[in-house]
Ligand binder design. Sequence first.
Ligand code: SF4
Ligand code: SF4
Length: 365
Amino acid sequence: MPSAELLKEAERQMMICNACRYCEGYCAVFPAMELRRVFTKGDLTYLANLCFDCRDCYYACQYAPPHEFAVNVPKLFAELRADTYQDYSWPAILSSLFKRNGRAVSLLTGAALGIILLFVLIFQGPAVLFGTHMGVGSFYRVVPYLVMTVPFLTIALYGLAVLLVGGFRFWRDTRSNLTDVVDFGAFWRATQDAFGLSYLKGGGVGCNYPAAAFAHGRRWLHHLVFYGFLLDFASTTIAALYDHFLGWVAPYPLLSWPVVLGTLGGIGLLIGTSGLLYLKWRSDRGPADKRMLNMDVAFLMLLFLTSATGMLLLALRESPAMGTLLVVHLGVVAGLFLTAPYGKFAHVVYRYAALVRNSIEQAGR
Ligand code: SF4
Ligand code: SF4
């Protein structure tokens, strides 16, 4: 939960912004703020998750540090968002993974990789790991079908449950009417905003990222990551349908849907994640929060490794390196699935919920 000092500081800054209102055209946050005179924890949580960290308000602000008012909305909201992700996840013992997220992600991914490797060495034997496997079912000769499907499906469903419960708690605490969930118009408008990243357009000139100059780089790189992820998800889903319902077992030909979509998604993820990591490295630390930065880097690194190992596996699937690459790729994917509800991936749920809430609010309900 955000500390009393952080909530008090957030309320102070919102009071200043509400009197100033210079930034009201920049994003959805300021018009939403202007509907309020007092700022409860729920209000502040909602506003913080509506913020896209475009930083326009920081560089435009006449009261930003070193001014004595020290208004720094992007940093303040990043701190509140980090608290949101931790507060709404469960069980409480695992929500502590949000602290030192980079270390937690590395340890869990390393452990998952170690377990899969140990399993293959003990039950399949080292020869399988370094042998050349070709033709239908070659992947399953290294990691059996049940090991490749049941644990991953279980972790994915668990992660989905954690995120859905978190989304419900967020919805409840931001004082939204629960019947709002049937407002399909609000969902549609929020979906358009999320898919188009409207608030990173900065009205057409881009956002102030990584520094004070206006640029479009972050928005385009984020698009590559987002759509790359969706393409990879589509590829995995089609492969699962082929395997389970049509009996077409992997690996698939280069010109099949799973391979084409997976390759396009993988390229998007490689370019998008490395570009965003570069922008993060160059970004101004003034409006940044350390905890959120740590979470961002850990998630981007994991996505980069997932796509890099996946692409290498595709390129070398008929070579003796396939066994080792498959184990490494599965270990990284397991790390991604395990940590998804306890890291930056959680922003997908809370930002979308905040956009839906905003859409309802702005429609005058
Ligand atoms: S961020 Fe600064 S300029 Fe913008 S509304 Fe707040 S006080 Fe005014
Ligand atoms: S950083 Fe951008 S999105 Fe966040 S409050 Fe400021 S202008 Fe709005």
